[in-house]
Design a protein around this ligand. Structure first.
Ligand SMILES: O=P(O)(O)O[C@@H]1[C@@H](OP(=O)(O)O)[C@H](OP(=O)(O)O)[C@H](O)[C@H](OP(=O)(O)O)[C@H]1OP(=O)(O)O
Ligand SMILES: Nc1ncnc2c1ncn2[C@@H]1O[C@H](COP(=O)(O)OP(=O)(O)O)[C@@H](O)[C@H]1O
Length: 283
């Protein structure tokens, strides 16, 4: 089995200081290291529960990576990995964004030290103010014919205006590293709009979150993906997926207000960009 580091990972842990990072194979699978201090265990428990939960409708299941169990991986010093569907395997020039949901990324059962660390990051980013933060993104630059990724440290500190700008850059065709040029939002309607676009998918998820009480998706991310190669012909093939279940808890019959609130807020940001790009094409 030939394994390599994923080309378009936009957030989360990477192989560093002897610790394994995620890997992908050529058969469409994504291997995520089992994280220590119960996180790996919690994520496996979630995937086992979710994949056998017969009350999850198919139209919702498609928003989650397919789970293929766990496996000790030779290429990674025998480390145990969670084996998932590689969400990017069918994309050749993907733009990818990771949006961490919720107005708090901590939960009462966590250690005081962990809560304090989360609180600092939540307050410094748009987590507290807007109910989500952009954790990372990478865009295909149609002018430079290469991928562009903003600096993670800078991205972590952006405020609401920065989020609006990032959401526009994510769907723009002009040179993205040039801070003086205004993003043209050329792909806003093909990526965010339409019956298969991001907004429609987010609204479908919202309907489920308004009712589901199985799980509380603490610190979970929405991954947005689209294809640049086919954007002018076959379309953007935009997909919304949920990833990172290392802090999911039982919902115990209670709505996940933290995720739902963040989702509603994120929907409003996406809708605003769609509306403003419609207005600019009308003029
Ligand atoms: O260690 P850090 O500071 O890189 O924090 C990780 C976060 O990075 P960031 O907030 O972007 O700096 C990281 O955030 P992203 O996935 O990159 O959005 C996770 O929150 C990670 O925790 P976990 O894997 O969800 O348990 C976080 O790891 P832990 O601090 O929880 O180990
Ligand atoms: N199933 C997947 N297929 C493809 N890429 C993925 C998948 N899951 C996660 N990723 C990539 O890895 C990043 C980190 O994933 P995540 O599960 O949040 O890891 P961590 O727990 O280290 O934060 C995501 O932002 C995304 O770029």
């Amino acid at each position: 089995m030939h394994l390599k580091a994923p080309e378009h990972q936009v957030a989360g842990h990477i192989a560093k200081d002897g610790k394994p990072g995620p890997l992908v194979d050529d058969k469409g699978r994504f291997f995520k290291p089992l994280q220590g201090d119960s996180r790996g265990e919690i994520e496996v428990k979630f995937y086992e529960s979710f994949s056998s939960n017969t009350e999850i409708p198919d139209h919702i299941r498609r928003y989650f990576p397919v789970y293929h169990g766990t496996q000790a991986v030779e290429g990674s010093d025998g480390a145990a990995m969670i084996v998932l569907e590689n969400l990017l395997s069918q994309y050749s020039k993907p733009s990818v964004m990771d949006v961490k949901m919720g107005s708090r990324t901590w939960y009462p059962e966590a250690s005081e030290e962990y809560i304090q660390k989360c609180l600092r990051k939540d307050a410094r980013s748009t987590t507290v103010s807007s109910g989500f933060r952009i954790s990372g993104f990478e865009v295909y630059d149609h002018k430079e014919l290469s991928f562009w990724k903003p600096d993670r440290k800078l991205l972590n500190g952006i405020k609401v205006d920065g989020v609006r700008l990032a959401l526009r850059k994510f769907v723009s065709s002009n040179t993205l590293s040039d801070t003086s040029s205004k993003p043209d939002s050329a792909f806003a309607s093909s990526v965010y709009g339409g019956s298969n676009g991001v907004l429609t998918q987010l609204l479908e998820l919202k309907t489920w979150f308004e009712n589901q009480t199985f799980y509380h998706f603490n610190s979970c991310s929405i991954l947005i993906i689209y294809e640049n190669e086919s954007i002018h012909d076959d379309g953007a093939r935009a997909q919304v997926k949920l990833v990172d279940f290392a802090h999911v808890h039982d919902g115990n019959g209670v709505i996940d207000h933290n995720f739902l609130g963040g989702l509603c807020s994120f929907i409003n940001f996406v809708r605003d960009i769609l509306q403003s790009s419609d207005e600019s094409t009308d003029n």
